[in-house]
Design a protein around this ligand. Sequence first.
Ligand code: SF4
Length: 340
Amino acid sequence: DRRVLAVDELTKFFPIRKGLWRRHSAVVRAVDRVNLHVDKGETLALVGESGSGKTTLGRMIVRAIEPTSGRVKLRGDDEDWLDLTAAEGDQLRAARRNFHMIFQDPYSSLDPRMTVQDIVLEPLIHNHLARGAVARKRVLETLELVGLSSQHLHRYPHAFSGGQRQRIGIARSLVCDPKLIVCDEAVSALDVSIQAQILNLLKDLQARLGISYLFIAHDLAVVEHIAHRVAVMYVGQLVEQAPTDELFSRPRHPYTEALLSAAPIPEPNRHRERIVLRGEVASPSAPPSGCYFHPRCPYAIDRCRVEAPVWREISPAHHVACHRADELTLTSGWTDPEPH
Ligand code: SF4
């Protein structure tokens, strides 16, 4: 068992007021009974449109927000599982060094009044892991790991480009030697060529350090080259999860098929038709009956309107929640027309 993170039935409901005079209370089902795991040295991509709940899920995993129910478990250095959702005080602080989050906009997540040295140093001090010369040495080593050097130590974030700022953010998340990093749209704001550099850096760090990533993204094209497995979210629920190659060549959920058809393909020799979905993403405060995807699904049948599909393993390591997954042959424009 190589798991470092296990998420069981994780759920977040936000209470809201709606309607005329905001008289009616309702709940937003931001994340609804999600199960997933990440292995040591593995990247699991979590993909979905905005509003799918993927960021809320990532924030619950790093305990930036509390779940309504369910559990997040992290395997510690002693190989024992720690229930993060129940951890408090010293236990939580000790666990925090093991997971970190990198955000989309490294500029707003880096304090503009702090030097690079202090930005990267802070988690070490905060987690009581090192001080003084030992801490400064660790900061320099970490900056070198991400392609920066001692000449950057005393500069401020505004002096850096977007890609370099993301390197500083990565150094800050690495400095405590974590087991898992949650990357929330970590390359979405960057130019394509810089994106590739940062993705390569993340892969290189994984190979060297055995680190695991939960890689949150809305863009399937970005995750194809970094993820070992992909989980697809729709209105707070997982609808499909599979090894990356399999998901891209043989999707089993109509929503995944549509997402694949909409993603830009870098190679011109790949052909596929774009599937345009009807309507808007369902509202998590008033989700449809049955399968949440049914108002937009080109394959919906009567059963889909009344009965919620069950999450099941359709082939080894491939999970899906769709009534028609066995009978549909979905197309993936991601398969090369000429086999090589
Ligand atoms: Fe479409 Fe029905 Fe499958 Fe939902 S259960 S994805 S509506 S075919």
